[in-house]
Design a protein around this ligand. Structure first.
Ligand code: ATP
Length: 301
């Protein structure tokens, strides 16, 4: 029995390893595919960051030509300011972020950073300038230290630890048996949504880019954890140019401008107070959230 058990168990391990490698390969191919969507032009120059001011000028975009997603979207994030995008699910909020990171090129109009068209600069320099804290952070099957240092390869253990402390995830890491050498990801220690977001925050702190994209979590965090993470995001974003995809309107009352997106069009825009005065979609959403409703109700779509 024992003799049988061992090989079977061993085969099980091998099977899981192969399955995992295939999953990784699949991810890699999907990434490569994505990379093929855009290419550096031969004359591409590195992005010259001054203050990381962002401009979307009459942007049109479709993933599939038969189904336009964004229609004539124009806005500006002045250097060091925060602009928030809100709207129902599927309205195109994440698409704005993907275009700013240049996963895809716009079909019409232009996106610039400090006056430089994204299509004229190298992708590597663009991605060095941008930090993303996504809704759901993907952790690599590697150590916690690797996952944080990914923000700035070559960072020392001290720098990794300092970033983890600032993101309030050091205590959690220190309490695991192998500390920063603990394996995480699909094959290692499973982290909660909040812990993963803190790792993403630590990664971003270490990278220290001038331009940030925050994709607020829609769920999975309890409210005290959410408030704490929100406070950390606030401090990470201080004096940086920030595009935030927001689900809780309470977190963006201080934004330089709030864009209300519906079916790929900006239907309302302005500061929180201006939007409340309009008594439109934003006001209805604000009242609903004050009454305790979660997210952006589909009936507003
Ligand atoms: P949510 O709040 O649910 O995250 P969102 O406002 O961020 O939604 P997007 O993810 O930008 O919405 O999607 C906008 C539209 O584009 C949706 O209709 C979606 O189905 C479509 N879409 C998103 N990604 C792709 C893709 N890779 N290929 C084709 N269509 C896509």
């Amino acid at each position: 029995m024992i003799q049988l058990y061992i090989p079977l168990n061993f085969l099980g391990v091998i099977y899981r390893e192969i399955k995992q490698s295939l999953t990784d390969l699949d991810k890699m191919f999907r990434l490569l595919e994505r990379e093929r969507e855009v290419a550096d032009v031969p004359s591409a120059l590195p992005l010259d960051v001054v203050g990381a001011a962002v401009r979307f000028e009459h942007v049109n975009f479709a993933y599939d030509p038969t189904r336009p997603i964004l229609h004539d979207v124009s806005f500006e994030i002045p250097a060091g300011k925060k602009v928030a995008v809100v709207g129902p699910s599927g309205s195109g909020k994440s698409t704005l972020a993907r275009l700013l990171y240049r996963f895809y090129d716009v079909d019409g109009g232009a996106i610039t950073i400090d006056g430089q068209d994204l299509r004229a600069i190298t992708q590597a320099s663009l991605r060095r300038a941008i930090g993303i804290v996504p809704q759901d952070t993907v952790l690599f099957n590697d150590t916690v230290a690797y996952n944080i240092a990914y923000g700035r390869p070559g960072a020392s253990r001290e720098e990794v630890e300092a970033a983890a402390r600032a993101a309030h995830v050091h205590g959690f890491i220190a309490a695991t048996p192998k500390g920063y050498d603990t394996m995480v990801g699909e094959r290692g220690l499973k982290l909660s949504g909040g812990e993963k977001q803190r790792v993403a925050i630590a990664r971003t702190l270490l990278k220290d880019p001038p331009l940030l994209i925050f994709d607020e979590a829609t769920s999975a965090l309890d409210s005290s954890n959410e408030r704490a993470i929100q406070a950390e995001l606030e401090s990470v974003g201080r004096n940086k140019t920030v595009l935030v995809i927001a689900h809780r309107l309470s977190t963006i009352v201080d934004a330089h401008e709030i864009l209300v997106l519906e079916a790929g069009r900006i239907v309302e825009r302005g500061h929180h107070q201006d939007l409340l005065a309009k008594q439109g979609v934003y006001t209805r959403m604000w009242r609903l959230q004050l009454s305790g409703a979660d997210g952006w109700p589909s009936q507003l779509a």
